[in-house]
Write a protein that binds this ligand. Structure first.
Ligand SMILES: Cc1ncc(COP(=O)(O)O)c(C=O)c1O
Length: 338
């Protein structure tokens, strides 16, 4: 073993400071009835399992982001997202757990009774600022301005960009990949692929870094729920390259090394698709597991599509990134049940 190899004998040490929020390791288990339906052996990595406020892939990022915030002695977490953002809800919950103030700038308008993630944000006591009609690129400057205002008020804000997809946040998913690798080894499983929903890129970037740390393992396929081909690949590559550097790893990524399926996006981010809704029903009815119309349902539709094309031998790991509170967003149509 070289000196570089030996640092990975303790992944926690190599990846830096982390606040314990997950109930990791999250379960890895087979999906026998779902596998039979689609003709490919599928296993689920259950990052959707956790306390209600903290389920999902965003918790892994927050473990590293909040450790960074604590290092800077921050007392307010400030972040941004859509009104039904899982990341915003998870941040609100983590702030409540740790006694931090939380300010959320959410793109969207109040419509009817609060539901889904927005209801939970409010329940966790986050200070929510709704911005109706704002485009994504308008929200990020608002986030920066909010932090400046808080500083002028004598507060110590920690800015978390959309989705927590910074290199620091991505380290959480690198750790997740190492966790999965141990579970696979214990079961003598060698999947060919990991499939998951991708949007702001940090999850896929982190998984890539984990794979690079181990110098191999199942390949990663992101199923895009937002952003155009080329753009998201470049973002994932950049986050992965910078996250690897933080972990002391000499590795860079180009867009061409990032595999993303853009066929399941549908008309727009957050708009359910027929294939996604059908995938949600299939998993619910074969395994009793919930996915959501914005992220994990579309990722599952991508997996089913790959299986149907005959290009997968399996086994495949479906990395369930969570998002189920969106199922209870009363403003999201068309209806899931026929
Ligand atoms: C449930 C769920 N799955 C997947 C993703 C995509 O993760 P990333 O933004 O890191 O690409 C998100 C991001 O918001 C999410 O909430």
């Amino acid at each position: 073993m070289t000196k570089t190899d030996s640092r990975w004998s303790s992944p926690d040490e190599a990846l830096g400071a982390r606040v314990e929020l997950t109930l990791a390791p999250t379960p890895l288990h087979a999906l026998p009835r779902f596998s039979q339906e689609i003709g490919v052996e599928v296993w689920a990595k259950r990052d959707d399992i956790g306390p209600i406020g903290l389920l999902g892939n965003k918790v892994r990022k927050l473990e590293f982001l909040i450790a960074d915030a604590q290092r800077m002695d921050a007392n307010v977490l400030v972040t941004v997202g859509a009104v039904q953002s899982n990341h915003a809800r998870t941040t609100a919950c983590a702030a409540a757990m740790l006694g931090l103030r939380c300010v959320l700038i959410l793109g969207g308008a109040e419509s009817g009774t609060p539901s889904g993630n927005y209801l939970l944000d409010r329940l966790f006591g986050a200070e929510v600022e709704l911005v109706a009609g704002a485009a994504w690129d308008e929200l990020e400057p608002m986030l920066a301005k909010k932090c400046r205002d808080l500083e002028e008020d004598g507060q110590r804000p920690y800015l978390i960009p959309a989705g927590g997809s910074t290199p620091v946040g991505a380290l959480g998913l690198a750790r997740g990949y190492l966790e999965l690798a141990e579970q696979l080894a214990a079961r003598s499983l060698t999947p060919e692929l990991i499939v998951h929903a991708t949007s702001s890129g940090g999850t896929q970037a982190g998984l890539e870094v984990g794979r690079a740390i181990l110098r191999g393992g199942p390949r990663i396929l992101g199923v895009a729920v937002a952003k155009s081909p080329g753009v998201l690949e470049a973002e994932v590559a950049e986050i992965a390259t910078n996250a690897a550097r933080l972990a002391g790893l000499e590795r860079t990524w180009g867009s061409g090394e990032v595999a993303i399926d853009h066929s399941q996006q549908g008309p727009a981010y957050g708009v359910p698709t027929d294939a996604g809704q059908a995938a949600i029903r299939l998993l619910a009815r074969t395994e009793g597991i919930l996915t959501d119309p914005v992220y994990s349902g579309k990722a599952l539709a991508g997996l089913i599509d790959q299986g149907g094309s005959g290009s997968l031998r399996g086994p495949v790991v479906f990395w369930h990134t969570g998002g189920t509170p969106a199922l209870f967003d009363s403003n999201l149509g068309p209806p899931l049940i026929e």
